[in-house]
Design a protein around this ligand. Structure first.
Ligand SMILES: [Zn+2]
Length: 55
């Protein structure tokens, strides 16, 4: 299996359930667009994220 290289994907950690999911880098950079956690359905702004892991 070939790993897909997602250059613009950033991993974000949800402040509510601590789960990681990925989001597009431009969304994070804008900062005013809420991210959506697929695990617990929480919406939060990038600055509220528990952690952000940029490539
Ligand atoms: Zn969550």
């Amino acid at each position: 299996m070939v790993a897909e290289k997602e250059g613009s994907a950033v991993f974000v950690r949800c402040p509510s359930c601590s789960g990681w999911f990925n989001a597009a880098a431009p969304l994070i950079d804008r900062g005013d667009i809420p991210l959506y956690c697929p695990s617990c359905t929480r919406r939060f702004l990038p600055r509220e994220a528990a952690e952000i892991d940029r490539p």
